[in-house]
Design a protein around this ligand. Structure first.
Ligand code: SAM
Length: 295
């Protein structure tokens, strides 16, 4: 992997895995590059703690400690993380299947795990094209594991920050055709933008780039079911990690301004088209999600 600090696209390399070439790009401004490329094992990181809750091994003692302390206060978090991944798989299956979407932009990818977006999408539509975006250096280090693809489709990775939507859009236009529908996925990331109006502005900017027939998918932690969950988040946010704010379902609904919500609308993630699992009505978790279509 070649890294230079010389410009906007500070990093660009190609990873060969399977039969396809995946592309890794860096899209930070010059000043951001060094800070955002170093793996810091002294404070917990969202992608790594999330990986710990999902039962993964790509985390450090500082993440395990923060993850465990969280679970001691709110044991339901591990179940919430799994429910959120299951929501991701159901929404991507719906989009690639029923909605006919062939391009996915997944911002806040996280570390590779089961049912990554490209695997789910390409199982339905082998020609699907996926671009992943994250700002965590460990996710970048693991990006090669994500860069598998069918021969017909493609999978690329951009190392960039949600707070720079214009930089993200410039980088992903090399892989995705914004004249055709794109599904923008913001899964568990908007809570990391604590200021609601800033988060809405970022979503608005990215959605503005989608053509008619594009989709927005969001899931995020909410604060409606459990005081223990709120307390656990407060504790986590004092750990030195990038804070994560829980929002009300109404606030999450605000991100879908101007879009048509796909049935069943904004619900606890376990309740979104759960019928496909063939089991009964699942218990709710403290995380809501929805899929919106740009008219
Ligand atoms: C809770 S994890 C969710 C991972 C994955 N989307 C999922 O649903 O399983 C949040 C992810 O967002 C990334 N993230 C947080 N803030 C970000 C930012 N400002 N720009 C880009 N990525 C960010 C983290 O590095 C992490 O990988």
């Amino acid at each position: 992997m070649q890294v230079s600090t010389g410009g906007r696209r500070a990093l660009e390399c190609f990873a060969r895995k399977g039969s396809r070439v995946g592309r890794v790009r860096g899209a930070f401004g010059r000043s951001e590059v060094r800070r955002q490329m170093e793996i810091d094992t002294t404070v917990p990181h969202s992608a790594r703690v999330w990986n710990y809750w999902l039962g993964g091994k790509d985390n450090y003692p500082v993440d395990q400690e923060a993850g465990e302390q969280f679970l001691q206060v709110f044991p339901g978090m591990a179940q919430g993380a799994r429910a959120s991944r299951a929501f991701l798989a159901r929404t991507v299956r719906y989009l690639a299947g029923e909605a006919g979407i062939r391009q996915f932009l997944d911002v806040g990818t996280g570390l590779p795990t089961a049912d990554n977006t490209h695997e789910v999408a390409q199982a339905v539509a082998p020609e699907a094209r996926i671009v992943y975006v994250d700002n965590d250096p460990l996710v970048l280090a693991h990006a090669r594991a994500l860069l598998t693809s069918t021969d017909e489709g493609s999978t690329d990775y951009v190392h960039a920050d949600l707070r720079e939507p214009e930089v993200i859009l410039e980088a992903v236009r090399k892989s995705l055709d914004f004249e055709k529908p794109v599904a923008l996925m913001l899964m568990g990331i908007l809570g990391h933008i604590p200021d609601y109006e800033e988060a809405r502005g970022l979503v608005r900017q990215l959605v503005a780039a989608l053509p008619s027939g594009g989709y927005l998918v969001i899931n995020d932690g909410t604060n409606v079911l459990s005081d223990a969950n709120v307390e656990a988040h407060d504790q986590y946010n004092e750990s030195g990690a990038v804070p994560y704010v829980q929002r009300s379902p109404e606030e999450l609904g605000g991100f879908f301004e101007g879009l048509e919500l796909v049935e069943p609308g904004l619900v606890s993630v376990t309740r979104w088209r759960y019928e496909v699992s063939g089991f009964g009505v699942p218990p709710e978790v403290d995380g809501y999600g929805a899929v919106g279509r740009k008219p």
